[in-house]
Design a protein around this ligand. Structure first.
Ligand SMILES: [Zn+2]
Ligand SMILES: [Zn+2]
Ligand SMILES: [Zn+2]
Ligand SMILES: [Zn+2]
Length: 296
């Protein structure tokens, strides 16, 4: 059965043996089992040997048939990374066509996606798949943890020691003894759970042009289309003055920085913040009250 493959290349080449088996399998029957084998071995064939990513057209090959992705080709100085032969400019049309005929499961299958997609549209789906994991919403440190919402809630609690509150109203006091040091920006995160969902309340100092300001905003731990079902308000004030912000929580798909830089929250100038703090303006003592409600 596999004699065909041995004619093509030396027997030590495992890739070629796979091709032989693959072709035989797909030709022999349309049984589900063989389709699974086909997908697995062809998927391995479609993995670039250099960067290990899935290859997309144009897929290149050397004169011995070793394949390479178009991203890696300019980086190997015209030498095949597998056999060191001159690479030339040969395209592997057959593999490109085999790829086009493949249906593969979304790579977020383990997160619950049951989608099966043609090879060339799989990437696009995965970039928008609603099951793709979220980045950790914690700001102020480079955290690379990713996961679904329940996982991230546990992570925020255990690893970032974030304050957790249940309920849809809040009354939060931000105290900072050195409010002049905006450079050493302060990030504070509190997580609220209500309506069976989780919301992140961010409070931080940043520089808006030349002016030191504080911003408070809410992010929704979930996707944008669900975030739109909620609204929130924030209030801060003292001495008969009050600032009120009403907004729509942003999905944590939008980075913390993106939300901040679009000023989508309650922005308080430092002078005003210190006025609201009372006392001798040496200390920031802001009381922020707020409420989250469901619109639909
Ligand atoms: Zn590559
Ligand atoms: Zn080669
Ligand atoms: Zn998916
Ligand atoms: Zn984290």
């Amino acid at each position: 059965m596999s004699s065909k493959s041995e004619v093509i290349d030396p027997p030590h080449n495992e890739d070629t043996t796979d091709v032989g088996e693959t072709l035989n399998d797909s030709a022999s029957s349309a049984a589900v089992k063989s389709n699974v084998i086909v997908s697995t071995s062809v998927r391995e064939l479609l993995e670039c040997p250099v960067c290990l990513n899935a290859m997309y057209p144009p897929i290149h090959q050397c004169s011995n048939g070793h394949t390479l992705c178009s991203g890696c080709k300019p980086r190997v100085h015209n030498r095949c990374p597998t056999c060191r032969h001159e690479l030339g400019n040969i395209r592997c049309l057959a593999l490109e066509k085999v790829a086009a005929s493949l249906d593969l499961p979304c790579k977020y299958q383990s997160y619950g996606c049951i989608g099966i997609y043609p090879y060339y549209s799989k990437l696009k789906h995965e970039s928008q798949c609603i099951y793709r994991p979220y980045n950790c919403p914690y700001a102020g440190s480079e955290c690379t943890v990713m996961g679904d919402i329940p996982f991230l809630v546990t992570h925020l609690k255990d690893d970032h020691k974030v304050d957790m509150h249940s309920g849809s109203t809040f009354n939060h006091r931000y105290v900072k003894s050195n409010p002049q040091e905006v450079e050493n920006a302060t990030w504070m995160l509190t997580v609220f759970s209500c309506f069976g969902q989780y919301f992140c309340l961010h409070f931080e100092a940043f520089q808006l042009g030349m002016a030191p300001v504080y911003i408070a905003f809410l992010r929704f731990m979930g996707d944008d289309n669900e975030a739109k079902n909620y609204s929130y308000s924030l209030e801060v004030g003292a001495n008969g003055r009050k600032m009120i912000w009403q907004g729509v929580p942003r999905s944590i798909r939008d980075s913390h920085r993106k939300v901040r830089d679009s000023f989508d929250g309650l922005i308080i100038q430092r002078n005003m913040a210190l006025f609201f703090s009372g006392g001798d303006r040496k200390e920031l003592k802001l009381r922020v009250t707020g409420r989250i409600w469901k619109e639909h």
